[in-house]
Design a protein around this ligand. Sequence first.
Ligand code: GLN
Length: 573
Amino acid sequence: MDGPLFTSDPSSSIVTERTEDTTGPPTPTKFVFVTGGVVSSLGKGIAASSLGRLLKSRGLRVVNQKLDPYINVDPGTMNPFQHGEVFVTDDGGETDLDLGHYERFTGENLKRTSNVTSGSVYLSVIQKERRGDYLGDTVQVIPHVTNEIKDRIRRVGEQDVDVVITEVGGTVGDIESLPFLEAIRQFGNDVGRENVMFVHVTLVPYIATSEELKTKPTQHSVAELRSKGISPDVIVVRSDREIDEGVRKKISLFCDVQPRAVIAAPDARDIYEVPLQLHDGGLDAVVCDRLGLVTGPPNLDVWRAMVAKALSATESVRIGIVGKYVGLPDAYLSVAEALRHATAGHGLKLDLVWVPSEELTGLLADSYLEDLDGIVIPGGFGYRGVEGKVMAIRFARENGVPLLGLCLGLQCSVIEFARNVLGLHDANSTEFDPTTPHPVIDLMASQEDVEDKGGTMRLGLYAAKLAEGSKIRELYGQELVYERHRHRWEVNNRYRKDLEKAGMRLSGVSPDDNLVEYIELVDHPYFVGTQAHPEFRSRPDTPHPLFTGLIAAAARRGGLGAGVQEKVDLTVE
Ligand code: GLN
């Protein structure tokens, strides 16, 4: 297993398992490019993540990267309802949610360089053009844009790494992906074909009327890829059922790949089962052979045990996520995954309930919350849905329902407490009511009057000091912890004394004591809030302590208390 996750020194983000081999010449960094065909949402990101896990389990140092064809410079300003959550890296990058999958599967903390968008590429090309860096050349997609893309890939390969796995977003045939495909084609020539390979993920649909799995769309997709000058070395075949030998042979023949390089990936029972499935299909062996990587077999013992534990769970806890974007669960992907890690770690199943915060008004509100064993209030921006969150928090506080507030969730907990316990009826955040008489959540002095809103965000890893004897300190088991942040507003220090006096413990603060990072209620089974986003650091094999604490409390509430410990231990003998 990796070292401790939650106290890691931010500078050592790449965990190295392999001891340096000093005999023989160093092996050059290898590059695997993952493309997708036929339809989107095939699980290309999961395939790229799973390959990362398999190679890492063979002792190789791996970095995943995503090339996104859209024109936004990063997903930071994109509506989560369209694009899903914004995943935040240790170094404060606002990135595509696939980076969350990469981190969860490989256990590597990535940097912002692992996400490249067309917008960011064009931005730097245009900036260079304005500066005169191109010395009067006509600036073109080939070579200027493609060179910029190749630089971004090469730069990731310059880290202490054996294999870079780069996923190209979108589907082969999209207009937007063309410069990326051209760049990865050229890349093979630049660094040597023996150092580069192409994995294509496609769909083999089942046609019910003829009771057949069809390979034609895969053939077309590979033909399209070839028309861009890229011949796949491996085809990962997604399907809703097992594929037989005949289908694999056909794909091998028509798409000109070795039969052993056609890897079946039927729908899995659990996404974390996919690395095991692809390993059984021979993916990592084919990749290592093709790239000349000599390693032993992967050590997947912990992973296997973890998946087995998750799949054998029978009893479930019912957790509600109260949010604004519940219509698109991807908007809270890392939160849902962190809940899954924690429940699986406790040997339980997750019964996840999406509660639309805007509908939590009036007398009906309680009916949404009554059956829940635990509640999570996730992060968010803007006033819409906030009153419903405050309502849910009040319900949790008054009825002893375990609650975890994340970022905005902490802020709403403070607002609720100020209004209903301190009696400050109009208490609010100045984000929602700039003229509130009781700004319990406010911008810090240095953040006011800044034109560029993005510039004022607290982004990336920050440290917090946890108070002796607090619940949160007990859960983390450490005094100094690091978590990722993405927010502007903070608990107003003017109200700290009053909050504490009334029973809200401010159990974690920034090392300079200037910012409140964690809160908890003393007389409550589990009422915890954090200004950070711990969900970004939860991993299936190391569930996050704030989430395992929530699930333990929820299990007790649901009558499953026996045998459920506060912390989980996934080590295998
Ligand atoms: N809108 C709040 C702020 O900016 C909370 C942000 C969040 O939940 N990520 O401080």
